[in-house]
Ligand binder design. Structure first.
Ligand SMILES: NC(=O)c1ccc[n+]([C@@H]2O[C@H](COP(=O)([O-])OP(=O)(O)OC[C@H]3O[C@@H](n4cnc5c(N)ncnc54)[C@H](O)[C@@H]3O)[C@@H](O)[C@H]2O)c1
Length: 272
């Protein structure tokens, strides 16, 4: 998908952060947009910003964890625009807490949104993308889909699974000869609201926010530019931010032995 002009692009979780900036970047590229978020006010504001840039926009409140709603939504978007070319399954939430202290409900919520939300969006839109003759699925994982880290078991589980699901889908599209590119995105720490909105089982809210603020060096605007450039280039994997690129190399270099030094570092940081 070298040109976005006139293409129909779907972005979930478009009301904030990376989703909002990807929507604006796609609007600048001339795409027609289907924007959704579980927060109807925030998606309405982003839809207006995209219209100001000249984009045609369909906006809707959508909970990606609700399978029936996502399938209905896919048909509504295809009916509205007549085709769908690009789906960015971006909506997500985060949770902080050890396996010991995190409840099953808290794990389920993360998996329902971060994994099932991606599966629902992919399955519901795939027939429309194949039919378009020029389709692209973009699933947002994380660097936490590349390595595990204490307090992130639920998020790690969902984001590793998104990676597996997405890499398999890419190969299946190649085997079947379907005209659908597939990309898995692994952002490092991006300055968004994600950590502030996270649920917490054990740990201190202020310390979590401070830690995230210190780590997050990439702006959502920079992240969106990297993601949209990667979409245009048809990349199978997009690493977002210098931290993601370094961590990816380190984990590949060390193999499973990354776990001891990482655990030691987390222990030192929590003591501080
Ligand atoms: N910010 C980071 O450091 C970072 C790093 C790696 C991956 N990511 C991933 O990027 C994606 C976007 O996150 P962000 O950082 O922009 O966070 P954000 O909190 O700013 O935006 C997430 C959006 O998703 C929406 N959302 C939450 N639950 C939803 C649901 N059930 N249905 C529909 N929408 C829902 C929220 O309302 C919000 O608008 C997420 O998948 C996140 O896991 C973020």
């Amino acid at each position: 998908m070298k040109s976005l002009a006139g293409k129909v692009a779907v972005v979930t979780g478009a009301g904030s952060g990376i989703g909002r900036e990807v929507a604006l970047e796609l609007a600048r590229g001339g795409a027609r947009l289907a924007l959704s978020d579980v927060n109807s006010e925030s998606v309405a504001a982003v839809a207006d910003q995209c219209r100001t840039l000249g984009a045609q926009v369909h906006e809707q409140r959508l909970d990606v964890a609700d399978a029936a709603a996502v399938f209905e939504y896919a048909d509504a978007v295809a009916g509205h625009f007549g085709a769908v070319n690009l789906v960015v399954n971006n909506a997500g939430v985060m949770h902080f807490g050890s396996v010991e202290e995190t409840s099953l409900e808290q794990i389920r919520r993360v998996v329902d949104i971060d994994l099932w939300g991606v599966i629902h969006g992919t399955k519901a839109f795939l027939p429309h993308l194949i039919k378009s003759g020029d389709g692209h699925v973009v699933n947002i994982s994380s660097v936490f889909g590349l390595f595990g880290i204490p307090t992130q078991s639920a998020y790690n589980a969902a984001k590793f699974a998104v990676r597996g699901f997405t890499e398999t889908l890419r190969q299946e599209m190649l085997v079947a000869g379907h005209p659908v590119a597939v990309t898995c995105v692994h952002p490092g720490a991006i300055k968004t609201e994600l950590a502030y909105r996270a649920s917490i089982a054990d740990g201190d809210r202020d310390a979590i926010n401070d830690g995230f603020d210190r780590m997050a060096r990439t702006t959502p605007q920079q992240a969106a530019r990297t993601i949209v450039a990667g979409i245009r280039a048809g990349k199978p994997r997009i690493l977002v931010g210098a931290d993601a690129r370094v961590l990816d190399k380190l984990v590949r270099l060390l193999g499973p032995h990354y776990q001891r030094p990482l655990a030691a570092m987390v222990k030192r940081l929590s003591a501080a």
